[in-house]
Write a protein of this length. Structure first.
Length: 397
């Protein structure tokens, strides 16, 4: 049998439904409140910064050079004869005018003696001709001798004097050739091994090259530079091969030895070829370098490092702080309020791990060196220590 609810019961039932719905809503709201994600303010990224510095920057160029002796002399036989003596030790240091070789002198001494005797004969004839002329002149003045007699006496005297002059010249030549049989060192330096053996016919139809002498207390370093290097040096008002007293520096050269060590002495560029070789597009440059210990050997190839320019008080930044894109190079500059600014700059030459900045930065400004990949202009940052510095501290500990 169907039972109908009373009005009072219906009203009570409705209230219970409302209360139940309100309870469910409260439970859901409470659940959402308790499980909501908390809004956390993002932390400022940590970056490493460094101040923009000013310093004197030395710009170098590297080339391949060849060592050359300051003097290289070939000792040759100037007269023909058999080589009799060698009066030096091969590979040693010889002094200027030191006797090196002796060539057989017999024929040259005999020739000198013969010419000397001829000179004495001519001098005797000249004295006789002079006495004859002195006798003829007073006779001619007294009309006791004819004009022909006087002319003959004068001619005989002049001929005798000319013969004396010729004999003296022949004697000088003979003594000079005799002197050439003693071969002396033209310079002081290191002498090579002999090129001929004793008893060999040298000079004339024989071999004339006896040895070579190298003076290497000072050496020359030859290397080549491009025409572009020349134009760049002109832009910096540097003329290679000429000293400029108005500069505090000169184009100096340092070289690297075969064991990769740097030679302690420095050289100065003293010559530059005035024209470019059209085949290679380069021009030759020469530097003079002291070599007191003979460490550098002539003919040796070496690496040459040439000081091209010194930029005084240049603005310098580390290379690792640069960001290079199609639009140019820029860095992030940290302002005083710890926000960063994107700053485009004009770059100059590179040196070591730094770059010269021509314009765009002022000395003392703080630039981001590490951590710039996560930055956007206007973002606030925090300054941290560079990882490199941390690793160095760990090594010191």
């Amino acid at each position: 049998m169907k039972r109908f609810l009373t009005r009072k019961e219906l009203k009570l039932k409705k209230k219970q439904s409302i209360y139940a719905a309100i309870g469910i809503v409260i439970i859901i709201a409470l659940y959402l409140f308790l499980t909501r994600e908390k809004h956390v303010e993002p932390e400022a990224p940590i970056v490493c910064v460094a101040p923009v510095q000013q310093q004197d920057v030395e710009l170098y160029g590297e080339y391949v050079g060849r060592i050359r002796a300051q003097q290289f002399v070939e000792v040759r036989a100037r007269v023909e004869g058999f080589l009799e003596q060698m009066l030096f030790a091969e590979g040693t240091y010889v002094k200027r005018n030191q006797i090196l070789f002796v060539i057989n002198q017999d024929q040259y001494r005999a020739k000198a003696d013969k010419v000397r005797a001829q000179l004495k004969k001519d001098e005797a004839q000249a004295r006789k001709a002079e006495r004859d002329l002195e006798r003829i002149r007073p006779l001619y003045q007294q009309n006791a001798a004819s004009q022909l007699d006087l002319d003959n006496a004068v001619a005989a005297y002049e001929t005798a004097v000319a013969s004396v002059g010729m004999s003296r010249a022949d004697l000088d030549q003979a003594e000079l050739e005799l002197g050439y049989t003693i071969v002396r060192s033209p310079i002081s330096g290191q002498i090579s091994e002999r090129h001929v053996d004793l008893g060999t016919l040298v000079g004339g139809s024989g071999k004339s090259l006896l040895a070579t002498i190298v003076k290497s207390d000072t050496v020359l370093v030859d290397f080549s530079m491009t025409a572009l290097d020349y134009l760049k040096s002109k832009e910096r008002n540097v003329t290679l091969g000429q000293k400029d007293s108005t500069r505090s520096w000169q184009p100096t050269v340092t070289i690297t030895l075969p064991d990769n060590s740097v030679y302690e002495q420095k050289g100065v560029v003293d010559f530059a070829e005035p024209q470019v070789n059209p085949k290679t597009g380069t021009f030759s440059v020469r530097a003079e370098m002291a070599n007191p210990e003979h460490v550098l050997l002539p003919g040796q190839f070496t690496k040459v490092k040439l000081l091209l320019d010194v930029r005084e008080n240049a603005t310098v930044v580390p290379q690792k702080s640069l960001i290079i894109e199609k639009g140019g190079a820029y860095v992030f500059v940290m302002r005083r309020d710890s926000t960063v600014e994107k700053r485009f700059i004009e770059l100059g030459p590179e040196f070591q791990n730094n770059m010269v900045v021509e314009r765009g930065l002022a000395p003392g400004e703080m630039i981001v060196t590490e951590g710039y990949h996560k930055l956007t202009p206007g973002l606030k940052v925090r300054v941290g220590e560079a990882p490199k510095a941390e690793s160095e501290e760990q090594k010191e500990d």
